[in-house]
Design a protein around this ligand. Structure first.
Ligand code: HDE
Length: 716
């Protein structure tokens, strides 16, 4: 309970209750800061019109520049100071605006206003990021993706600062600087960028068995999502939800993508570093511009307080999931990302997330990783955004009113009126005043938790199981996913120069996950893996589940071909009518046709018409699309078959398990490229409707998984 006896005597309850957000509240709030130069004169920052923006003021045409030139000095001075420190982690990111809408069932768990009214759309701003690389690194690196959501609610900002993987590398926040130093580019030469495949990372994680579960997730294909719309999000820690009666329940947050889950393939991801380093960022931007919005459902796993100790693991341990078979995910709302930012720096770069930004109805657990984060995020903004007033930066401003007695410091924008910047006061009428906690519109009240303990620098014995859920994850993967994980460990360790680190991973860590995994990776490194699990029984832990379907990406494949990008290969002599028919068919199923030709010149079709290409063969390579259709037309197919890039296009698509369709003579391109024509996922035929029936079904499964073992034989 609020216990200040000096609370404003005029205040008989909350005074800001009139305020309610709508879908456009944040955009309206940003409007006063937007600036459009159209029709305006060029001026200095202080308003003086500039007559010449090409020449500095000099003593004579060939003489030195004069100190007096305030136009020059101001311009250069501002430019020289344009950069701010990038985020220490999650430096590379892309963001979008949108809204969240609760379902009917949400309010039963939490009194937070954001869950109250299913008719209401609360504005959100979501930033996706990679973790290791710097701001200019590549999008498709093997890494965790940040999934940070800022809800601009009636009652203040709630930040759900999550990742696309549900666990973390360490259990206690005091190890975070060690972990980040180990994973970042190495300190002596700043190599490698955006990679975990280097000595310091594998040295650290092989000495820290608690990291094993999370490392396994990062060795899976989840580490390079095909699109931000195709990845799950997780709050990771256990939080608390507080209902109107003040009852607390533990909760894990999940974002479930409506477009299903799917990922790139490692070779494809690597090629994209060069061919489209902005792949994820570009796809999201273009899709939103084209009205193909990103959609997720918010889910919760709710655990009653009395069930806290019913699990094989400690729910406060952030290296553990709560398997969905044990506590199902209840969907409580939907989020739509539907508007690109106006300015990258002002919005995406300056946004400041913080897991400590909560509203009444949401509270923390004692997870020691979460507890540390509650300090770190505010702290880091002091350096990055230059002081404690970063909450005034437009993107960070709450849309609901906020008043307090915090004052001054660098770049203060607010002009606080009145004489009393303290509380209690009798000079300014006692305002702003406290609000007692209440089921609605109340002040924030921390959960009334009894803590009776010794002060210790220690870790709970219940955090000692380091392997059982790694084994659960491994056992839950499909065969193809397992092969990809084996290949990932093999590749990563091949980049580790110190043999004892490779040995430690293969002999002391991997066998505790699975003996076969260790044996297979060991084989590729000439290292014999042990035949018994070396860890103690306590470290191996126990999982009452042997498999969880929610852990395989295959459990939520897209099913439909909506919003998939399909390359249609054409050259001079193509059947223009058929190209139109392919486009309409893809359009009808919600997919996007990209006409790809050898050059950007209009293609001369067999009927004398012309077809306008969207891109060239090497401008939009197969790694940037989901499937390929070779259009019919004798001359067109011959030209593509003679072109190295044409043959490479289908070879590479084959290698990456993509669905390939060839219409009419199109088959000849496949033959010329040594792509088998009679195989699952290669659809040849003359009739468009027949071909499409198979094509759509195959693409709904995202890739032709049965081809995985053959694909490596393709040299592309
Ligand atoms: Fe973060 N993390 N983190 N983290 N984190 C930051 O905050 C930190 C952790 C996550 O798009 C930093 O503003 C500590 C888990 C995301 O702006 C920093 C610990 C999860 C983002 C920081 C963790 C995350 C960050 C760097 C361990 C998933 C990007 C810049 C105790 C639940 C947010 C910044 C954005 C960013 C600290 C662990 C997610 C330094 C100390 C676990 C998505 O404050």
């Amino acid at each position: 309970m609020a216990n200040n006896p000096h609370t404003n005597p005029n205040s008989s309850g909350p005074h800001d209750t009139e305020f309610t957000t709508s879908e456009t509240s944040k955009s309206d709030n940003l409007e006063k800061y937007r600036s459009d130069a159209e029709g305006h004169d060029l001026r200095t920052n202080h308003g003086t019109r500039i007559a010449d923006n090409h020449n500095s003021l000099k003593a004579g045409e060939r003489g030195p520049t004069l100190m007096e030139d305030f136009v020059f000095r101001e311009k250069l001075n501002h430019f020289d100071n344009e950069r701010i420190p990038e985020r220490i982690v999650h430096a590379r990111g892309a963001a979008a605006h949108g809204y969240f809408q609760a379902y009917e069932n949400a309010a039963q768990y939490s009194k937070a206003g954001v869950f109250k009214d299913p008719g209401k759309k609360t504005p959100v701003f979501v930033r996706f990021s990679t973790v290791q690389g710097s701001r200019g690194s590549n999008d498709t690196v093997r890494d965790v993706r940040g999934f940070a959501t800022k809800f601009y609610t009636d009652e203040g900002i709630w930040d759900l600062v999550g990742n696309n993987m549900p666990v973390f590398f360490i259990q206690d926040a005091i190890k975070f600087p060690d972990f980040v130093h180990a994973v970042k580019p190495e300190p002596h030469n700043e190599i490698p960028q955006g990679q975990s495949a280097h000595d310091t990372f594998w040295d650290f994680v092989s000495l820290m068995p608690e990291s094993t579960h999370m490392v396994l997730w990062t060795m899976s294909d989840r580490a390079f999502p095909r699109h931000y719309r195709n990845m799950e999000g997780f709050g990771v820690h256990t939080f608390r939800l507080i209902d109107k009666q003040g009852k607390s329940r533990f909760v894990k947050f999940h974002w479930k993508p409506l477009a299903g889950t799917c990922s790139l393939i490692w070779d494809e991801a690597q090629k994209l570093w060069g061919r489209d380093p902005d792949f994820n960022r570009r796809m999201m931007w273009e899709d939103i511009e084209n009205g193909n919005f990103l959609e997720y459902e918010l889910g919760v796993q709710v655990v009653e307080e009395e069930d806290e100790h019913k699990f094989d693991f400690d729910i406060l341990d952030p290296t553990k999931i709560i398997p969905e078979e044990q506590v199902p995910v209840t969907l409580i709302g939907k989020m739509v990302l539907n508007r690109n930012p106006d300015n990258y720096f002002a919005e995406t770069e300056q946004v400041a997330f913080n897991p400590a930004h909560v509203v009444p109805g949401i509270d923390f657990s004692n997870d020691p990783l979460l507890q540390g984060r509650l300090f770190s995020y505010l702290d880091t903004q002091m350096l990055r955004l230059g002081g404690p007033n970063f909450h005034e930066i437009p993107i960070n401003q709450s849309v609901c009113p906020f008043h307090n007695n915090q004052r001054d410091s660098m770049h203060r924008q607010t002009i606080n009126k009145g004489q009393a910047s303290y509380e209690p006061n009798s000079i300014d009428g006692g305002w702003p005043s406290e609000t007692p906690p209440a089921p609605e519109h109340g002040g924030f009240e921390s959960h009334y938790e009894r803590i009776d303990a010794h002060k210790v620098r220690a870790r709970s014995g219940s955090f000692g199981d380091h392997y059982s859920q790694a084994t659960l994850f491994w056992n839950s993967q499909s065969d193809v996913e397992k092969e990809h994980i084996i290949a990932a460990y093999t590749f990563e360790l091949s980049k580790v120069q110190r043999p004892w680190i490779r040995e430690r991973v293969i002999k002391e860590i991997l066998p505790n996950i699975d003996l076969e995994l260790a044996r297979r990776v060991g084989e590729m490194h000439g290292i014999e893996a042990p035949s018994q699990k070396p860890a103690s029984t306590d470290e191996l832990g126990h999982s009452s589940l042997s498999r969880s379907t929610a852990l395989t990406l295959m459990a939520r494949l897209p099913e439909s071909i909506a919003m998939r990008k399909v390359a249609v290969l054409v050259a001079d002599g193509v059947d223009a009518k058929q190209v139109e028919a392919i486009k309409s068919q893809l359009d009808a199923e919600g997919a996007e046709a990209m006409i790809i030709a050898p050059t950007m010149s209009p293609v001369k079709a067999s009927n004398g018409k012309s077809v306008t290409p969207d891109a060239m063969l090497n401008g939009l390579p197969s790694v940037a699309v989901d499937a390929v259709i070779v259009a019919a037309g004798e001359q067109s197919v011959d030209a593509l078959a003679k072109s190295g890039l044409g043959r490479y296009y289908v070879q590479e698509a084959y290698k990456h398990l993509k669905v390939i369709a060839a219409l009419g003579e199109g088959q000849r391109l496949l033959a010329a490229a040594n792509v088998p024509v009679q195989e699952e996922g290669i659809i040849c035929g003359a009739d468009l409707q027949d071909v499409f029936a198979n094509f759509s079904e195959a693409l709904g499964k995202h890739r032709v998984w049965s081809r995985d073992d053959k694909a490596n034989m393709m040299p592309a």
